[in-house]
Ligand binder design. Structure first.
Ligand code: FAD
Ligand code: EPU
Length: 350
């Protein structure tokens, strides 16, 4: 067994949660870390176009993918260091994120419970610093193990090297440079649970979880997520299609005064605020709007969905339409969250 499998002219339709059609010149599935080292020594992989693909839950394929698509399937999870008050857990890139969350809870380690049920792989989690219900993963990342294609060597990045921000990191800013092979997390055994996000206290109360345990917080958030977001197994989607716009506090306040009801959130900096993109889209009358099989979800206005036969280009055109409507009505620019492959997002400026 070579530790990898190559497939020419491979279909990617079953490998993206939008379930749009696309093909890769060459798809490489890698099952062992040693095989990755071997593969990366080939000249075509050293310098040619390369796209890392996890579970395809934050990607929109608009065209065929030239070069190689690399998918890492190594999925070991283990404790590297075990202390009374915390542990360092190492997970390989191909492990499923939600499996890791449940594994850590099973080992009585805290921190990841609010990130339950986020689709995708461990290797993709640092890319946009996944976040939900008041927690971002960067807070718990000790080291990202990666291969740096620009220096042709494996390296270890500490949390402070990763440039984590809201849906952002050095990895997202230089997507052709990094191959994340594993992530090490520093997880406490005791910590105050984060249960303040809208809807969570009510869900915990309905469950009779008082005071709640971490596993109950995860359960409450899983229930909320299942009600709020369309399930990609049933209806193709990639979660939020746009980031929540970040405005200066002054601009956000002026907008909220003009448009009563606009949800405004803290943005980790006193001078800045996040405003709800879902609300802006819904107020444009676009919730449930359909253009062929591409649509704005009826369940959540920030999610674009594929009702069956939409192509990546159909979804992209719908997204550009949504962004134009929001700029025209509110003067606020939306930026896409997923990676768009095979086309360039045309910014619709305020
Ligand atoms: P992919 O979609 O395969 O790839 C995403 C990006 O990461 C691409 O640029 C890809 O090239 C790169 N990449 C993947 N693996 C590697 C690697 N090993 N090394 C280098 N680059 C890599 N996100 C949130 O933050 N919070 C949420 O609450 C949330 N909810 C969601 C709900 C639904 C229903 C869906 C469908 C998506 C949601 N997402 C959410 C988005 C998505 O789940 C995350 O971004 C996830 O981390 C993507 O993982 P993936 O393995 O599917 O990555
Ligand atoms: N809202 C509407 N209309 C809708 C849906 C929501 O007006 O159709 C309003 C709600 O009233 C609420 C506000 O929007 O006050 C926020 O809604 P929600 O709590 O669902 O969060 P979000 O800002 O829309 C963000 C993340 C999600 C993450 C949730 C929970 C981004 C881009 N999205 O969504 O992440 O799960 O918060 O923390 O930051 C993703 O990144 O793919 C994703 C799903």
């Amino acid at each position: 067994m070579s530790g990898y499998r190559l497939l020419e002219n491979a279909s990617l339709e079953g490998r993206n949660t939008f379930r749009v059609g696309a093909r890769a010149n060459l798809l490489a599935d890698v099952y062992h870390a040693d095989a990755l080292v071997e593969l990366l020594a080939y000249p075509g992989l050293q310098n040619g176009p390369l796209l890392l693909l996890g579970a395809g839950s934050n990607i929109l394929f608009v065209d065929e993918v030239p070069g190689v698509v690399l998918s890492l399937a190594m999925h070991d999870i283990r404790i590297l260091v075990d202390h009374d008050h915390h542990a360092i857990v190492r997970a390989e890139a191909g492990a499923m994120w939600n499996d890791l969350v449940h594994w850590t809870l099973g080992h009585r380690l805290l921190g990841l419970e609010n990130l339950v049920l986020i689709p995708g792989t461990v290797g993709a989690a640092p890319i946009q610093n996944i976040g939900a219900y008041g927690v971002e993963v960067g807070e718990f990342i000790e080291v990202v193990e990666a291969f740096d294609r620009s220096a042709h060597r494996a390296c270890r990045l500490n949390r402070s090297d990763c440039g984590f921000g809201y849906r952002d990191s050095v990895f997202k800013r230089e997507p052709d440079r990094w191959i994340i092979t594993a992530v090490e997390f520093r997880l406490p055994r005791q910590r105050e649970l984060m249960i303040g996000y809208a809807g969570v206290p009510e869900e915990l109360a309905a469950m009779g979880a008082d005071p709640p345990r971490a596993a109950q917080v995860a359960e409450a958030i899983a229930r909320l997520r299942s009600r709020k977001l369309p399930n990609p197994v049933v209806l193709g989607n990639a979660g939020s299609f746009f980031k929540n716009p970040i405005l200066t506090s002054t601009d956000a306040q002026a907008l909220a005064e003009r448009w009563a009801g606009l949800p405004v959130f803290a943005a980790g900096d006193d001078a800045l605020r996040k405003v709800s993109a879902a609300w802006l889209i819904e107020q444009c009358g676009l919730k449930g709007y359909r253009s062929g099989d591409a649509a704005v979800s009826e369940q959540h206005a920030l999610v674009l969905v594929n009702h069956g036969r939409a192509s990546g280009r159909n979804v992209l055109e719908l997204a550009q339409h949504v962004a134009r409507c929001v700029v025209e009505r509110f003067g606020v620019a939306l930026e896409p969250e997923p990676r768009i492959v095979g086309a360039v997002w045309q910014p619709v400026l305020a």
